[in-house]
Structure formats: C-alpha cells, structure tokens
Design a protein around this ligand. Structure first.
Ligand code: TRP
Length: 454
C-alpha cells in the first residue's frame, strides 16, 4: 500500500540516546506546570501516593506495550496496527492517536509559547514591582492579545520543526542528550534555592505528608489523567519512538527508567515550587495560574529572584521542546510512511497545518474567544478532549490489543529479542496488561465521564 522504503528508517544510536529522547518526551509542561497545580488542588501528599501507585500499576505496563508495538512493527502508530493486525480495525487506534497528536501539539505549543513571553518579561524586568493583582492582569491581557501569543506559538513551533528536520538520530537524539542534562542541573539548583528559603519546611510537608481525608473518586481520576499525560502514553508517541529503538534494548528496563525519571522530575518540580509558595503565604491550590501568576509574584520578592525567574521559565521552555518534538515526530512519521511523502515534505505539511490549529488555540482568549464548543474555547476543548478522553481510551485499547489480541508469544519474543535477553517479571507484566491496567483504566474512565459513579 505504501511506497515508503522501510529499510531506510532512521533509528536511535545509543542506549543513552533512547532514554534521553523518551524521557525528553515524558518530561515536560506536564511535570513542571501541570503536576504541581493538580497536586496542589488535590490534597498534596495523598495525591502523590495515588499517583505513584498508578504509575507503577498502569503507567509502566502501558508504556512497555507502546514501545513493544512500535519496535515489533517498525512503523508509525497507524502502520504499526496495520502491520500487526492486517485487515482488522485496530489501525483506528493509531488514527485516533494522530488526531490526538494534532490537538495536543496545538494547545501544548501555545503554553510553551507563553514560557517564551515570560522569559522575555524577566529580561526586560516586566514583573518588577507588580502586585499579584497586576500580575493577573498582565497574564490575562497577554493571553487576550491578538498578536503576541500567536507570535510566540510560531517561534516555538518553528524551533520544534527545526529539530525534527534534523532526523531521529541527528535531530531528536542529539538535541535531547544536551537538553535533558541541562534541565536536570537547573532544576536541582532551583530545589536548593527553594529549600533554603525561610519556612520551606511547610512546603515539603505539604508535598510529602499524606492527608487521606482529601482523597475522593475524583482524585483518582485526576491522578490517572495526569499519569497518562505526563508519561506521554495513550496516543502513540512511544509507539513511534519504540519503532526507532534497537532490537537489543530491554524495553522493560527502558520503560521503568523513563517513568522513574519522569516521576523524579515531577517531584523535584514540587520541591522547587511548594516551599516558595508556602514561604510567601500563598494557597497551594491556586490552580493553573500557579506557574504564570503566582510564581512571578514570588520571584520578585526574593533576593536574586529575576535570575530564579529566568532559570525557571527557561527550564519550562526546554522541557516543553523535548516534548513537542516527540509529538510532531508522530505526525511526520505517519505522513511519510502511510501517505508516502518525503520526510521534509511531511515536516512542512505538518508544520503548516499546525500553524492553523495552534494559532487558533493560542488565540483562544483573544480573537478566537467566541469560538466555543460545549462551552469550551478551542484551547480548553483540545486540552480536555485529549487528556480526559483520547489518551485514556487510547491507553485502554493499546493494552487490550497487547493483552488479548497479539499472541502472547509475540510479546515475549519481542521483549526478549527472540530469546536472547533474560525476561524478569514477565508474568507480572502479562497480568498487568491483561487484567489490571484495562480494568483500572475502564473504571476510572467511566467514572470520570459520569457513566458510572462510585
Ligand atoms: N508528556 C509530556 C509532558 O508531560 C507531554 C506529551 C508529549 C504528551 N507527548 C505526549 C502527552 C503524548 C500525551 C501524549 O509535558
């Protein structure tokens, strides 16, 4: 069907490169912008414990399954299901992933663009002397402008395309091997600074001491959605990356390591943020404005705050960039392999269509604020539909495919590289993909949609 020459596929060159690229996809705005505010709104330490359980019981098995599907088939998400289940409708799971990729890239790159505006503001001293009321006005008026959010979106989108243009090994792998360690260093320095603030202990306590009275059914749903989003699972990003992973790589260890890095960065982001939030007497549950309104307010009251502010938004921008490239790569791999385009044509077409979608999303509080569906603006619609519907549904279908459709010996063969690698914990994995993960996702999902109430 496709005239693409599959023998010429690019691949990752080293074990380290695989980890950095996949961890780069996972670690992003989800860890540093979304995780702290979701945790803050959902009871702190108690949320952290539920989140941990979900990452181990559901996140890691789904991640392994995606990598396995990709590496077994050596294809993009649509091609992967077509190759492993010829003539069956499973390829629709891949199509759903492509649709989700467009939607995620649109709103996610819009937020990534905001980080550029905030880097710019720290450089020109835009926060200095502003009260929290003024910072709120500043954020709201920036978002409702008609040019700047679209401009920053475009800059970020072009940076993303430039890396993908370089290819899997020379673009994605090479850049993430530089950006991820840099991100780690900045984050550690920020944690040290935060922990030395007077009153830091309260923030640490909020993060690590569980108050189980705060847990509700909704907490579990929020934790599941957060885990899917943060681990980049449920839409085929890791099917695509998995297809570039060499056959002798242990997918189980890779999934565990990537998930642990992702978890660590989320916790460290909490350690960098909550001590400051408490030291300055702010409520930890101030929601999604935590990053863009509360933190600038805190930074400017701190000694050396502007350096801290610059580092923080720079950190966010790099974290976002290593994620946006992974989402764009999904679309590019699909266009080039399934629609038989040259890679560069695919990149130009994908970037061009993203300009239309992403600029619309970035103007959701400005020119596009009247465009609404189910009372949500374009940005919120994309954000909500992907995290709460498409990703969990995609994840459910992926584990169902692996646990119940693909013959068990194929999974085993792929994970062990035709018997040359030793498989530990295989029966645990098998149990998770057949029973634990599908059941847990289905329950939480139905509950979240209000179709089932506990
Ligand atoms: N995981 C990234 C983050 O936390 C975002 C991301 C990249 C993503 N690829 C994805 C989310 C695929 C869902 C699906 O910022």
């Amino acid at each position: 069907m496709s005239g693409f020459d599959f023998s010429k596929r690019d691949s990752f060159g080293s074990r380290m490169g695989v980890i950095m690229a996949a961890a780069g996809s996972a670690v992003g705005l989800g860890n540093i912008w979304r995780f702290p505010y979701i945790l803050g709104e959902n009871g702190g330490g108690a949320f952290l414990i539920i989140y941990l359980v979900i990452v181990f019981a559901i996140g890691i098995p789904v991640m392994m399954s995606e990598l396995l599907i990709g590496r077994r088939s050596q294809r993009n998400p649509v091609g992967a299901f077509r190759a492993l289940a010829p003539g069956k409708p499973w390829y629709l799971v891949g199509m759903m992933g492509i649709v989700a990729a467009f939607m995620i890239l649109a709103f996610y790159t819009a937020v990534a663009g905001w980080t550029l505006e905030y880097i710019y503001q720290t450089l020109i001293g835009g926060f200095v002397g502003k009260s929290s009321g003024e910072l709120t006005v500043m954020f709201d008026s920036f978002r409702s402008e008609s040019l700047r959010p679209a401009l920053w979106f475009s800059v970020f989108m072009l940076a993303t395309s430039a890396i993908v243009w370089g290819g899997v090994r020379k673009g994605i792998e090479k850049s993430t091997k530089i950006m991820m360690p840099l991100l780690f260093v900045i984050l550690i320095l920020m944690c040290i600074k935060a922990l030395t603030l007077p009153g830091a202990g309260k923030g640490v306590e909020f993060l690590f001491r569980p108050d189980f009275s705060k847990i509700t059914g909704n907490t579990v749903l929020m934790a599941l959605g957060q885990a899917f989003f943060s681990l980049s699972i449920g839409m085929g990003t890791l099917i695509t990356y998995g297809s570039y992973i060499p056959k002798d790589n242990k997918l189980g260890s890779t999934a565990v390591q990537v998930s642990m890095i992702d978890l660590l960065v989320a916790v460290l982001a909490g350690v960098a943020i909550f001590p400051a939030v408490f030291a300055f007497g702010i409520s930890p549950s101030s929601g999604e404005s935590l990053t863009f309104i509360v933190l600038p307010g805190i930074f400017q009251q701190m000694t050396g705050g502007m350096i801290f502010a610059f580092s923080f938004f720079f950190l966010l921008a790099i974290a976002a960039l290593t994620s946006t490239i992974s989402v764009l790569e999904v679309i590019v791999a699909y266009f080039s392999e399934q629609l038989n385009m040259k890679r560069r044509t695919a990149i130009i077409l994908a970037t061009g269509s993203m300009f239309i979608l992403g600029i619309s999303a970035s103007l959701s509080w400005g020119m596009m604020s009247n465009v609404k569906l189910f009372r949500l603006n374009i940005f919120d619609l994309f954000n909500f539909t992907t995290a709460n519907i498409l990703l969990p549904l995609g994840g459910l279908l992926i584990v169902a495919f692996l646990g119940w459709f693909l013959p068990g010996r194929d999974s085993k063969d792929e994970l062990s590289n035709a018997g040359t690698l030793r498989l530990r914990y295989y029966s645990l994995y098998r149990f998770a993909v057949r029973y634990l993960a599908p059941l847990a996702i289905a329950l939480v999902f139905l509950n979240g949609l209000g179709l089932l109430k506990f």
